[in-house]
Design a protein around this ligand. Structure first.
Ligand code: ADP
Ligand code: MG
Length: 225
């Protein structure tokens, strides 16, 4: 449909832009970081100035991590196609996120069916589910809760369900998902869902969003095998 078409279009523009932008930005970041680190060990620098330098270094690190998170997405040559087991990759993602979940008082309850094998871009799919699960955890921030993650095989489809009981979204908010830089968070990048829609559309999959403000959100993703 039209909405999906628009999303794919946005994605192409975005990925071409970010491929070059990422490269152009990484170099000056590295150079600036190097000089700041040099300054930081200089004997003529006051304690107060060191605090400023530390803040600057922290912010540079943050910028670098934003680039890293989306680099796999923006560089076509970094595609990493493998015939892999989705169950293992989901377990990996769950492990990566477990400290973040614990910190936010969120329990991740998962059921993974066995032998869900398919050829896909492993880095992208990991990043995709990291982004989805991270959003689920962030939606339950403060009070905590349970994040349910199910992966099952149904006929010729792999079906992935990610359910949270967090803040939820209005219909209008759901329509904005996948737009570059659309974020309602203080420290959000607004790039997470863009990557999710891109990855799933590349795999010819579908994303269904059920959400209710104040109740929670369920993402259902179906990917043909
Ligand atoms: P970010 O997480 O950096 O804000 P995303 O692209 O990952 O960017 O998500 C965009 C926005 O979509 C979020 O800011 C949030 O408002 C909304 N959103 C995404 N997932 C959920 C969810 N599980 N529950 C509630 N809102 C969500
Ligand atoms: Mg996010």
């Amino acid at each position: 449909n039209r909405e999906n078409h628009l999303r794919t279009e946005r994605l192409h523009v975005m990925s071409e832009l970010s491929a070059s932008v990422t490269h152009e930005i990484r170099n000056p970041l590295t150079v600036t970081k190097g000089f700041l680190q040099l300054l930081n060990v200089s004997k003529t620098i006051s304690t107060q100035d060191k605090v400023y330098i530390d803040y600057s270094l922290k912010e540079l690190l943050r910028a670098e991590s934003i680039l890293s998170d989306y680099l796999a997405f923006s560089k076509p040559q970094s595609e990493h196609m493998v015939y892999s087991n989705l169950k293992e990759d989901m377990e990996y993602v769950q492990n990566v996120l477990s400290p973040f979940a614990l910190y936010n008082k969120v329990e991740i309850v998962s059921t993974f069916s066995n032998s869900l094998k398919k050829e896909y871009d492993q880095n992208q799919i990991k990043q995709c589910f990291i982004n989805l699960m991270k959003n689920g955890i962030e939606a339950m921030k403060g009070e905590g809760g349970t994040l349910y993650v199910d992966v099952t095989e149904q006929g010729n489809y792999i079906m992935i369900n990610i359910k949270d009981c967090g803040v939820g979204m209005t219909k209008d908010e759901i329509l904005h998902l996948g737009k570059p830089y659309y974020s309602n968070k203080k420290e959000g990048t607004g790039l997470g869902m863009l990557l999710v829609y891109g990855t799933i559309s590349k795999m010819k999959g579908k994303i269904d969003v059920q959400s209710k403000k104040g109740v929670g959100t369920t993402f259902t993703i179906t990917i043909p095998t």
